[in-house]
Design a protein around this ligand. Sequence first.
Ligand code: GUN
Length: 294
Amino acid sequence: MKLIDGKLISQQIKAEIAEEVKAMVATGKRAPHLAVIIVGHDGGSETYVASKVKSCHQVGFQSTKIAFEDTITEAELLAEIEKLNNNPELDGFIVQLPLPKHISEQKVIEAIDYRKDVDGFHPINVGRMSIGLPCYVSATPSGIMELLKRYEIPTSGKHCVVIGRSNIVGKPIASLMMQKTNPGDSTVTVCHSRTKNLKELTLQADIIIAALGSPEFLTADMVKEGAVVIDVGTTRVPSTETKSGFRLKGDVKFDEVAPKCSYITPVPGGVGPMTIVSLLRNTLLAAKGEVYSF
Ligand code: GUN
């Protein structure tokens, strides 16, 4: 069994990005600039946003955090987005989700100029991705693809079972894994909460991508010997062992599943660190006036 070290790969990619930023700045260009909007005080979101801002500084990006109380109205938030769309000093921006109930996430996503949508959530980017056109690919699926690529894990002709059908992970990773690319070129099955014969399907999988958000859902009896297991779960559970009072739990029962796998991602330190790196890569592309090409 080989552990897929997302932390290590993310550090390598950050170093590559930092080099590129240095070269850009040396030619007189300004550093890439990412803005992050956060609304309210969701604990998870505050941690993620702090981590995104810190990562920007690590690679030499400029970053702007824009925080609003959850009393902000939808109209006010949309007006703020319009300002960022029109700000030439900004290459890309994201609005951290989830948003308070009185604000439509879909309206917010669609208000972002797709050319600055470094989260890759806008329907134009999602649509372009699904037919293999240059676009911004959302962070988690893009991070998973990068791990498969850097570990040279064969995917062509393999059966990939995705568990979860969210817009942020399940749907886009299924779309990417079926594309005629490397990584990709897999036969993809998407399972979800209504799937009847889930275990029957996961037992056929060469690659399992668990993205349902249910701690330790995938157990050893559901996994074929030699499978590749990618754990996207990041459920925060209370813990007395950490300073924050929380720790992250994956969707995979790691201790019993790992011995059966050819490759597996841990939680934390697997897919998680890669998501921020994907955001940085998209922002760098935006700063260069480019998008990801398959
Ligand atoms: N909330 C959880 N993950 C994400 C993400 O990748 N982007 C944004 N904007 N919000 C999130």
